[in-house]
Design a protein around this ligand. Structure first.
Ligand code: ZN
Ligand code: ZN
Length: 362
């Protein structure tokens, strides 16, 4: 395939693990026949963005542009694009491509592609240009139509942005483990992921129990839909729920005692981890052996399920609780995110990037 022509667009990037993010100009490919060009209106701020910007997963190439909770309007489509037209409201999540041929891709589980995350929205490979992919802290992006999603018209666009990562990360495992009416479901941690877990578990009709270490989060947990909030450091409160849960979604990224939660599962109950602690978690054998419990993980969702999730959110009017920031507030937002000082997701308004002229060289 011949290299497509490129165009320039404003973005926010970082040039090293210790540099702050700043305004720059990046190159994107002009839409090929199967591409959709999107004006980015809002981009959510995920904890992964921070790990990536600071090379904490050791695969970042600089300059790096994070951002994989992208929503905007279609500004151009290639000649072969069938599903989208100029003016459509669309989203792009953590993936902009995949190998498309492995068994997982063929089954619509692109997030588990045998080629790994080479199709990642940032830190992947831009296969037309042979360069690293650049994420959504940008005014515009070009994505193959198969990886573009429809955003239901009734949803607040800014509050819908984090559905593309935080939303699908919690929706997918709850669907897989059949959370629904008659099921008792626990959500561990009330952050960007956990608050969406509570909303989805409630919308699926389950009995929802939120676990938090912070008494200050009890009222908010109930407002978001939890039927009960347990302070996880209170052994008596924990013991009252022993052996009673069908499913627990663990959204905690810090070190914590996983066995305390495994003991709360009933026969054949499952605990799924969606947080990513940086060190291994010790798992004791007996909580698993007793009652045939299982412990698993889950990563975002494939394209079909992500669209299903967005449509479900449209039908049930579910969005994220967000704090809007200007793009030039991103470095401060990262510091607040590290302290879990956000309710419950930052979203950057990309119109604020227009005012920024390339303050520094890329
Ligand atoms: Zn994310
Ligand atoms: Zn694949």
């Amino acid at each position: 395939m011949s290299k497509p022509v490129c165009y320039s667009t404003k973005a926010y990037s970082t040039t090293s693990p210790s540099s702050p993010l700043g305004a720059t100009t990046i190159e994107r490919r002009q839409p090929t026949p199967t591409d959709v060009q999107i004006q980015i209106i809002y981009c959510g701020v995920c904890h992964s963005d921070l790990h990536f910007a600071r090379n904490e997963w050791n695969f970042t190439q600089y300059p790096a542009v994070p951002g994989h909770e992208i929503v905007g309007k279609v500004t151009a489509v290639g000649t072969d694009v069938k599903k989208f037209k100029v003016g459509d409201t669309v989203g792009v999540g953590c993936l902009v491509d995949s190998c498309r041929t492995c068994p997982n891709c063929q089954s619509g589980f692109e997030q588990y592609c045998d080629a790994g995350m080479s199709g990642g929205t940032y830190g992947g490979t831009e296969k037309w240009l042979g360069t690293p992919t650049l994420g959504g802290y940008s005014q515009s992006i070009v994505v193959t139509e198969d990886f573009v999603l429809r955003i239901p018209a009734n949803l607040d666009l800014a509050a819908a942005a984090p559905l593309l990562c935080a939303g699908i990360t919690t929706y997918s495992p709850m669907r897989h483990w059949k959370v629904g009416p008659g099921k008792k479901v626990g959500i561990v941690g009330l952050g960007g992921l956990g608050h969406m877990g509570v909303k989805f578990a409630k919308a699926f009709g389950a009995q929802v129990v939120l676990f938090t270490t912070s008494p200050s989060k009890v009222a908010d947990g109930k407002r978001l839909g939890a039927h009960e909030v347990v302070i996880s450091t209170d052994e008596k409160q924990m013991a009252a729920h022993a052996g009673s849960f069908d499913f627990i979604l663990d959204a905690v990224s810090a070190q914590h005692d996983i066995n305390a939660y495994l003991n709360l599962l009933k026969l054949d109950g499952n605990l799924t981890l969606v947080g990513a602690p940086d060190k291994p978690l010790p798992v004791a054998a007996f909580p698993l052996i007793m009652r045939r419990r299982s412990f698993s993980g889950s990563l975002i969702g494939g394209l079909p399920e992500t669209q299903e999730m967005l449509d479900f959110c449209g039908q049930h009017n579910i969005t994220c609780d967000i704090e809007m920031i200007r793009m030039d507030e991103i470095n401060g937002a990262y510091e607040r995110m590290l302290k879990s000082d956000v309710k419950y997701r930052f979203v950057s308004d990309m119109a604020t990037l227009q005012a920024e002229s390339g303050k520094r060289e890329a």
